[in-house]
Design a protein around this ligand. Structure first.
Ligand SMILES: Cc1cc2nc3c(=O)[nH]c(=O)nc-3n(C[C@H](O)[C@H](O)[C@H](O)COP(=O)(O)OP(=O)(O)OC[C@H]3O[C@@H](n4cnc5c(N)ncnc54)[C@H](O)[C@@H]3O)c2cc1C
Length: 564
């Protein structure tokens, strides 16, 4: 099958659906290609909330939000982009509310806001602790209302390029019925989310395998700031399940094995609500110094009382009960840092446009950049909404009235994808999950909260071996066409390996410590040399990874020492 539309969005999470709705409002024909049903996207797992300077519980301002975002980024965010996001937040969140998002309320009826890490004011709007779920369902209603065509359970494999190297759509595997199907469009928008599954101990869902970043990279689009994987301070050891920052926002505290609130030694003012990089490093230091509890520290909510916990954090209590066997009303929850969010992604401008003609990107798969070296909790849902909207609007306006791509121009590209699938089904070798296990272990051990040149070299060399093995062939047992998860998983592992390789190489290049990238062999931030984005490229026909740099946009806030 070859279909064609004006705008094709790859991914139906919060960013993808927001982009699709805005593109449809722009008066063009829009389709969404998604490997999951839209409401099963990882955005639905977001618990804590979304940042917006409404000023409902304090004298907050968009200026304060912008400043906190830039400071939190360790000054690596582009300040023009951060300002656009923070200023747009108020209008965008009120629009979501008008669409039907039932945010939690203050007694006076206004939208409630809770404190979140590294935010100068209580700024995070929320729907109890199911914020992402609420946003996703409301956006899905909007998607249907605007008549967007959804290619559901279509697994995108390659961007389709014409003879000039311009992106004219995407080729995908039909998960339900099998076969390579191609959806062409004058504009393609990558909204495929994160890549946390390359780590053991990650909060990310099984589907977060960096597909869109890898597809864009292979098609010649640059990736930016890929060394910056965020570690969330409060995840469960058994399976990486996230216990939201909202717990600390509601008054939860962190203790070590001696019962001490250790954050006073690391961030005496903000304490547990310092930024995530700071809290994760503090926890790891406590654990490594022998003051942990079975490889964890303790998140204590017991003083909040049953009524408060059941009202504000019911989901977190349930998760701790189910996965750690702990009732947060009576006992502290053992937690440790886990891989959570990829600050880097496909390099875009403030309209989501990439340097590859025909290609846009937004959400976690993109890097605008608003998060720099460390994202603030609550800013990612916001990024997905604001830059999803902007990329949908810009893509639609750019291609409106254009002639649709000629299917003949896609023939060579589609043939390559078909050959790839056939090759995978015919290959012999180890199973892809064995490679993923080794990748995830080496990433957590060697490219984690703390890194060194030696540990990252080990990760790089391990990944090089895994990639060689993968290229020689992995065994896909299931040869069938219906719901062949064996096949799609093997493709996902290919994406993860390449993106793990990129992350490690970028991290090795950056000889300083900044935000989520902390090197024990280069402990200081080095603004002289490294106040720059990394920009990584490869050629279409040569998989060599080239790491370069790109300037940071600094407008209002000069880099300063960062304390909390
Ligand atoms: C547990 C958890 C809690 C979080 N809590 C918060 C929070 O409280 N506040 C906050 O601001 N942020 C939070 N975040 C981060 C935030 O939720 C995500 O960064 C954001 O939702 C990502 O949205 P997205 O639309 O970019 O991607 P996703 O929601 O991950 O959607 C990706 C989409 O891409 C599709 N896709 C992927 N690969 C393919 C492919 N090959 N072919 C076709 N389709 C594909 C999927 O089907 C899916 O529809 C949290 C993240 C996690 C993991």
């Amino acid at each position: 099958m070859i279909a064609s539309h004006d705008v094709v969005i790859v991914g139906a999470g919060l960013a993808g659906m927001r982009a699709a709705v805005e593109a449809a409002r722009g008066g063009v024909d829009v389709a969404v290609v998604t490997k999951l049903h839209p409401v099963r996207s990882h955005s639905g797992a977001a618990e804590g909330g979304i940042n917006v300077a409404l000023g409902n519980v304090s004298d907050d301002s968009t200026e304060g939000h912008t400043y906190d975002t830039v400071k939190g980024s360790d000054y690596l965010a582009d300040q023009d982009a951060s300002r656009i996001m923070c200023e747009a937040a108020v209008g965008d969140i009120l629009e979501l509310e008008n669409m039907g998002c039932f945010f939690s309320r203050l007694p006076n009826g206004r939208i409630a806001q809770r404190p979140f890490g590294a935010a100068g004011r209580p700024r995070t709007a929320f729907a109890a602790d199911i914020t992402g779920h609420v946003l996703l369902h409301v956006m899905y209603e909007q998607l249907l209302k605007h008549g967007v065509k959804v290619y559901e359970e279509f697994f995108a494999i390659d961007l389709v390029l014409d003879a000039n190297g311009e992106c004219i759509g995407v080729s995908s595997w039909d998960i339900k019925d099998g076969g390579v199907h191609t959806v062409l469009g004058n504009a393609t928008v990558i909204c495929t989310g994160g890549m946390g599954r390359m780590y053991h101990g990650t909060t990310n869902a099984f589907a977060c395998t960096g597909d869109g970043m890898a597809m864009a990279f292979r098609a010649g689009a640059p990736l930016k700031d890929m060394e910056f994987m965020q570690f969330h301070p409060t995840t469960l050891k058994a399976n990486g399940v996230l216990i939201t920052e909202g717990c600390r926002g509601e008054g939860g505290v962190l203790r070590n094995a001696d019962g001490e609130r250790f954050m006073k030694n690391y961030a005496p003012n903000a304490m547990e609500l310092a930024s995530r990089d700071v809290v994760s490093r503090a926890e790891w230091t406590e654990i490594m110094s022998g003051r942990g509890v079975d490889g964890c520290v303790l998140l204590d909510l017991t003083h909040l009382g049953a009524e408060h916990i059941n009202r504000a954090l019911p989901g977190s209590r349930e998760l701790a009960l189910d996965y750690a066997g702990v009732d947060a009303i009576d006992e502290p929850i053992p937690v440790r840092p886990g891989a959570h969010y990829q600050m880097g992604g496909v390099h875009t401008d403030v309209n989501g446009q990439t340097p590859l003609p025909g290609l846009w990107a937004s959400g976690e798969a993109a890097c605008v950049s608003v998060h720099g070296a460390n994202r603030l909790g609550g800013n990612s849902l916001l990024e997905a909404v604001v830059f999803g909207r902007r990329s949908g609007e810009h893509a639609a306006a750019t291609v409106k009235g254009m002639t649709r791509p000629d299917p003949a121009a896609a023939a060579a590209s589609i043939a390559r994808t078909e050959a790839k699938v056939e090759g995978l089904l015919a290959a012999k070798g180890p199973r892809a999950d064995e490679l993923r296990e080794t990748l995830a272990e080496t990433m957590y051990a060697n490219c984690g909260v703390f890194r060194t040149g030696d540990s990252m070299t080990e990760a790089r060399d391990t990944i090089a071996g895994l990639r060689r093995t993968y290229d020689e062939g992995v065994l896909v047992h299931d040869k069938g066409t219906n719901f062949n998860n064996d096949l799609t998983y093997a493709i996902e592992v290919g994406y993860l390996l390449e993106m793990g390789d990129v992350l490690t190489r970028c991290a090795l290049e950056r000889e300083e410590s900044r935000g989520g990238h902390t090197r024990l062999d280069f402990v200081e931030r080095d603004d002289e040399k490294w106040l720059v984005h990394s920009l990584t490229t490869r050629a279409i026909d040569d998989a060599t990874i080239n790491v370069g740099t790109h300037p940071v946009t600094i407008t209002d806030y000069q880099p300063a020492i960062r304390t909390y």
